[in-house]
Design a binder for this molecule. Structure first.
Ligand code: MSP
Length: 512
C-alpha cells in the first residue's frame, strides 16, 4: 500500500520580493518532504502565492499597475525562488487561479448553507499589513499612531457592512479538538498560547470586505469580496481539487500531515482554519507547526531598518547547500534564530568543510592510494567498526520520530555527531599504519565508505545537491537511495569501482 504524505508551506504575499523568512519556511518544509520521500512516502508538497486583499491592492496601486499584472510579476520571483532553493514542491498554487476561486466560492456556499455565515456590520481595528482584525486590548498608541501590540503594524479603524462567520459557536468544539489532538499544534508553547486565546473567548469573525474589490467575490453578493485569510487558507484544499472530495488526490492527501508556518500566522491556521473546516464538515489538518523567526543579526528584519536578508544574495555568495545546512543547524527549530555572515562562515568551515568535506576527501583519497578506487573486500567487523555503524542503524526509529515531530534540530545534531564519530574512527584506526595487515586496512576503508554512504543519505534532505555528489562516488543516484538502507552495513559491493571527488566546500578565509 502506498503511504501518502502532504506538507504545505504558507503561501506568500507577492507584495514585495522574497526574503529570508520566506526561504526559511520553504526550506524546512522541503527537508521534511525530502525525508518522507526517502522513507518511501508519496509526497505532495505545496507552495504558492497569496495574491488577494487590500495589502496587495495597495502595493499595486503604489506602482500604478493593475493588481493581476503586479502579482504575475512577483509571483514569478517566488516560483524562481523555489528553483533557486532546490525545493522539491510538486505544485505551486496562485490564489488568482480558477481552480482556487472555484474552491473558495464553494466553501463559502457550504458555510452559508450550513448557516455559519450571516450579514451584519463590522466596526473595529484592522491591520492591512497583517490582513488581521484586532481587539481593543490588542492595540496601543505609539507616536500618535495606533499599532498592533503583537506585530507592531499600523491598524486602521474600519466600519462597513460585512459577512460574519460564527466563530464564537466553535469555541468549545475547538478546545475539545485540541484536547483530542494533542499534537495538532506544535511546538507545545505555541499550543498553550492558542488554547489560552481561545479560552479567553472568540468573537464572530468578519469574513468579507466591501470597500475594495481585489478579491474573490462573495457568491450571490458581488458587492463583497471574501476576507483574504478565508481565501488564502483554502489554497491547501484547492490544490487537491476541492470541491471534488471524491477525487483520488483529495482522498489520498487530505487531511494534510503538516502545515508549516511561521509563529506570526498561527492564529489563522490553528483557530480559524479548523473552525472553517469543521463548520463545513471537513476534516482539519493533522498538524500545524509554528516555527520561529529568522533575525538579521539580533534584530527583526524590516524595510525601515534596511536589514532585510535576501536569500538570493546569500546563495550567490556562499552556495545553496551551505545556507540550507546553516538554517537547520544553527537555528534551534521552533525558536527564533539569527543569520550573520560571521556565523555562516564559521558553520561552513567547521561543519561542512572540516567535518563532512574532510571525511569524504580523506577516505576517498586514501582509497585511491591504497585500493585503486575499488571498494575493498572486508573482513569480519570488529567492535569499533560495529560501534560506529550501529550508532546510525540502531537509531533509525528515533530519526523517523525526530522528523515526524518536527524535531529538526535533533535530526541535524544527530548527523553532526556521527560526522565527528566517523572522523575520529578514521583517525583512531590509523589505516595508514596497517599496510602489513591488508585485511584490516581493507575493512577500515570499507567501514569508512559505508559510513559516508549512510551519513550522506541522512544529509540528503538537508543538502540534497552535495549529498548526491558524494553518493555519485558510489554510482548512486537519488532513485537508488532510500532511508531504510541505512540499516544495512554491507550495502556497498566489494570490488566495484568508486569515483574521485572534488572539494565539496571551500574553506572561507576569515579576518579574525
Ligand atoms: N500570505 C500569508 C500566509 C497565508 S498561508 C495560507 C503570509 N504571507 S507572508 O509572505 O507574510 O509570510 C509567509 C511566511 O513567511 C510566514 O510563515 C511568516 O511567518 C514567514 N516569515 C516572514 N518573515 C519571517 C522571518 N523573519 N523569519 C521567519 N519566517 C518569517 O503571512
Amino acid at each position: 500500500m502506498t503511504k501518502n504524505f502532504y506538507i504545505t508551506t504558507p503561501i506568500y504575499y507577492p507584495s514585495a520580493k522574497p526574503h529570508m523568512g520566506h526561504a526559511y519556511s520553504s526550506i524546512v518544509s522541503d527537508v521534511i518532504a525530502r525525508f518522507k520521500r526517502l522513507d518511501g512516502y508519496k509526497v505532495e508538497f505545496l507552495t504558492g502565492t497569496d495574491e488577494h486583499g487590500l495589502k496587495i491592492q495597495r502595493a499595486a496601486e503604489e506602482k500604478s499597475i493593475d493588481p493581476k499584472i503586479f502579482c504575475d510579476e512577483i509571483s514569478k520571483t517566488f516560483r524562481n525562488l523555489s528553483n533557486t532553493l532546490n525545493l522539491s514542491n510538486t505544485d505551486f498554487i496562485r490564489t488568482t487561479e480558477d481552480r482556487h476561486i472555484k474552491s473558495v466560492q464553494n466553501l463559502w456556499k457550504i458555510l452559508e448553507e450550513k448557516n455559519q455565515i450571516y450579514l451584519s456590520k463590522y466596526s473595529g481595528w484592522y491591520s492591512v499589513s497583517d490582513e488581521a482584525f484586532y481587539n481593543e486590548d490588542e492595540i496601543k498608541e505609539e507616536n500618535g499612531i495606533n499599532i498592533s501590540i503583537n506585530s507592531g503594524s499600523k491598524v486602521e479603524w474600519l466600519e462597513e457592512e460585512s459577512y460574519f462567520f460564527k466563530l464564537s459557536a466553535w469555541e468549545n468544539k475547538l478546545l475539545k479538538f485540541y484536547e483530542e489532538n494533542p499534537k495538532f499544534i506544535l511546538p507545545n508553547s505555541r499550543r498553550n498560547e492558542v488554547i489560552s486565546f481561545v479560552k479567553s473567548g472568540l468573537k464572530d469573525l468578519s469574513v468579507s470586505r466591501k470597500t475594495f474589490s481585489w478579491g474573490i467575490k462573495v457568491p450571490n453578493n458581488k458587492d463583497h469580496v471574501i476576507y483574504v485569510w478565508l481565501d488564502a487558507l483554502t489554497n491547501y484544499i484547492s490544490a487537491l481539487n476541492y470541491p471534488d472530495t471524491k477525487n483520488l488526490k483529495y482522498k489520498s492527501f487530505w487531511p494534510a500531515d503538516i502545515h508549516m508556518i511561521g509563529k506570526d500566522i498561527l492564529r489563522f491556521h490553528a483557530i480559524y482554519w479548523p473552525a472553517f473546516l469543521l463548520a463545513a464538515d471537513l476534516t482539519p489538518p493533522k498538524r500545524v507547526y509554528g516555527h520561529g523567526w529568522i533575525l538579521s543579526g539580533e534584530e527583526k528584519m524590516s524595510k525601515s531598518k534596511g536589514n532585510i536578508l535576501d536569500p538570493l544574495e546569500i546563495v550567490d555568495k556562499y552556495g545553496l547547500d551551505p545556507l540550507r545546512f546553516y538554517l537547520l543547524k544553527e537555528v534551534s527549530f521552533g525558536n527564533d534564530g539569527s543569520i550573520t555572515q560571521d556565523k555562516l562562515e564559521s558553520c561552513i568551515n567547521s561543519d561542512l568543510a572540516n567535518n563532512y568535506g574532510n571525511l569524504c576527501q580523506r577516505v576517498i583519497s586514501f582509497n585511491e592510494k591504497n585500493c585503486n578506487l575499488i571498494i575493498p573486500e572486508k573482513n569480519n567487523f570488529e567492535k569499533e567498526d560495529l560501534n560506529l555503524l550501529n550508532k546510525i542503524s540502531d537509531n533509525i526509529n528515533s530519526l523517523r520520530s525526530y522528523i515526524d515531530n518536527q524535531e529538526l534540530s535533533s535530526y541535524t545534531n544527530f548527523i553532526v555527531d556521527r560526522l565527528f564519530d566517523a572522523n575520529k574512527y578514521f583517525n583512531d584506526q590509523e589505516p595508514w599504519k596497517k599496510k602489513s595487515d591488508i585485511m584490516r586496512l581493507n575493512t577500515i576503508v570499507y567501514v569508512s565508505l559505508e559510513i559516508i554512504r549512510k551519513i550522506s543519505i541522512l544529509l540528503n534532505p538537508i543538502i540534497p545537491e552535495t549529498s548526491l555528489k558524494v553518493l555519485e562516488v558510489f554510482n548512486l543516484k537519488l532513485k537508488d537511495i532510500n532511508f531504510e538502507s541505512i540499516i544495512n552495513h554491507e550495502s556497498l559491493k566489494s570490488n566495484s569501482k568508486i569515483k574521485k571527488i572534488d572539494i565539496l566546500f571551500k574553506k572561507i578565509e576569515k579576518n579574525d
